[in-house]
Design a protein around this ligand. Sequence first.
Ligand code: ATP
Ligand code: MG
Length: 755
Amino acid sequence: NILNQNEYLSTLNEPQREAVLHGNGPLMIIAGAGSGKTRVLTYRIAHLIENGVDPFRILSLTFTNKASGEMRHRIEGAVGTEARNIWMGTFHSVFAKILRIEARYLGYTSDFSIYDTDDSKSLLRSIIKEYNLDDKVYKANVVFNRISGAKNRLVSADDYLANPIIQADDEAAKMKEIGRLYKTYVMRCFQANAMDFDDLLFNTNVLFRDFPDVLYKYQHKFQHVMVDEFQDTNVSQYLITRKLSAVHRNIVVVGDDAQSIYAFRGANIENILNFEKDFPDVRVIKLEQNYRSTSTIVNAANSVIARNKAQLEKRTFTDNEEGSLIDVIKAGSDNEEGRLVATAIFEEKMSKALRNENFAILYRTNAQSRSFEEALRKLGIKYRIIGGQSFYQRKEIKDLLAYLRFTVNQRDEEAFKRIINLPKRGIGDGTVAKIAVAASENGIAIWEVVANIGKYASGRTITPIEQFATLIKSFKILVEEGKDAYEVSAHIAKTSGILRELYEDKTVEGLSRYENVQELLNGIKEFVDNEETEDKTLSAFLQSVSLLTNADEPDDNNDNDRVTMMTIHSAKGLEFRNVFIVGLEEDLFPSQMMLESRQDLEEERRLFYVAITRAEKKLSFSYAESRYQWGRLKMCEPSRFLLEVDPHFLNVSNMLHGAPTRESVSPVTSFARNLTQRKPAPTPSSTTVIHTPSEHFVPSDTFDLKEGDKVEHLKFGFGEVTKMDVNGTDRKATVNFNLVGEKTLLLSFAKLRIL
Ligand code: ATP
Ligand code: MG
């Protein structure tokens, strides 16, 4: 479906069209959620290509690979396969590509490995051990975060040593050796021909700082530079973007300061302000109309974000329908929350003929997914979890990938440590550490030591190491012969013994691990067979896989109709018809760790704003009164954020103003309930209640309640029961309250006392 120019321009409003048609020079769009920022970028790129701009000369930076994939797909719909040539991707993937091409300037080869966070921490653990430091004080995690923070501020190890970043807390004061660890860590990465995630940004900055010719080449190459989600770029990303656009000065950035949610990772909202200083002739276009959500959702979101002090002035309105109110679901426990949300999805799906993919469950932390998974599974609703334990984080997958990495780059220390004794070859950790130290002390590659082990060691371990070396040599030969990624990987999986070991493990877990490895091989086959893959080598495959983020799980091609579950952080930029924001409890959301300062709390509130604005038609909130956390039962207070939403938009106002709650239980609900519940939970549609702190108000047992009884309700005051409605275990009472009139209450929830 190739759109012609007029067609796509006609689907834009006036300021959007201006942005798409904007000629040369810097342009900035800071606008609210759902106002079409991403759409403007997409159409602008299509428009540029239609008007003769070479796609190879367009650089477009997005936040997830998925987002860039979608954008590319849309552009392809408009301009055809030319769209594949756009330089488009995340900061990390685009910079990795540049670093591969220019690796030699920095002393790397283009086959360099990319260390993921686990690799980085494992390397740090080794170094901490070699230095005989107390690993209770020097926690790999903390040291890693310190180093990462420094790199993102462009502070090198030498800078750090010369001028340590002192942090106020005790923990930091104890860690005097961070600078030294940082320096060794960098050296070891370099010797391993490996870069960690932060290096991809840090080294790109070094490359452009120290090699003006290289910078010049890219500055001229990229005629147009676009950045989506500009509010979440950090200083290092911004500096690179600014340099790259310094010659043509065609830079378009779009973002929303109210959606800045990565300050904790160094994203800097100041970039927005700096942009105007760095490009004084910047044209600013405002987009104010939200096309995504109902007016209820837009206005609810506005009412929340208005509480933040630190924000740029802008407004967002919508012409969309008012839509339904926001349901607030209160559950007794986390398990019940899972059931109520799953049942609500089931009911809404059936009554409105929706698909699973119309629904998303968004939470603050990955650990919350469990209760929803269980409940959805019981109802037979398919779901997908984005993030959490990602496919690529599974041990067996990392094991095979480590073999592949080491075959391509024999200096990769972390890959080496993973595979040297896998399957078991009788090589102990001590030997492994000695090899790493020998390589590092002699300033040579690990492979040099392994391939000539006789020179560096003696004794029993020599034979298995020699066998290992022979194995790797045989793998290298395949690569040198020009075999493609699949041929090499399939051979390695078989010959290394990985597949055999998993195959022999006949437990359910063993079988599933075996299947996962097969799945990875299928993925590699697909990579090789894909017509869009130009470079089919193992090295190219590893590049593509090492930068997959949590949001880039392999899609089950023909089975995409699933409820999506993910953290709010990974939901940025996405939209769903129905959204459930769950776990709205104090200390969970806002997170306990974000309550120390106004800035932190405001960042949490922006996160809430991001979550709300993902919904198109229908939004629901849920919270539990108790939940298991870190192995113990915890009583929970409803989140302050619930109280920050203008109550006009909450379903509870319905009840307060006397609108009838739904009386009958739909067949679908009772069916769903039969499927799910041993202990029946109330239907979601009738559990739209708002919690008021009421610990002192202990409802008496309402089991004997009958027509004519006088009762007191915490909120509605005194009244008389006019009707009882018992449907299975679901019991409702209609009460005529003196002040607010008739209400139908669900007895398992109502704070009701018989007088
Ligand atoms: P976010 O801040 O969440 O990233 P955004 O500003 O990038 O949002 P988009 O995702 O581009 O917004 O657009 C939101 C939705 O509105 C999309 O479904 C998009 O197709 C639709 N949309 C944008 N502009 C228009 C328009 N002029 N007419 C109709 N639909 C539009
Ligand atoms: Mg967007």
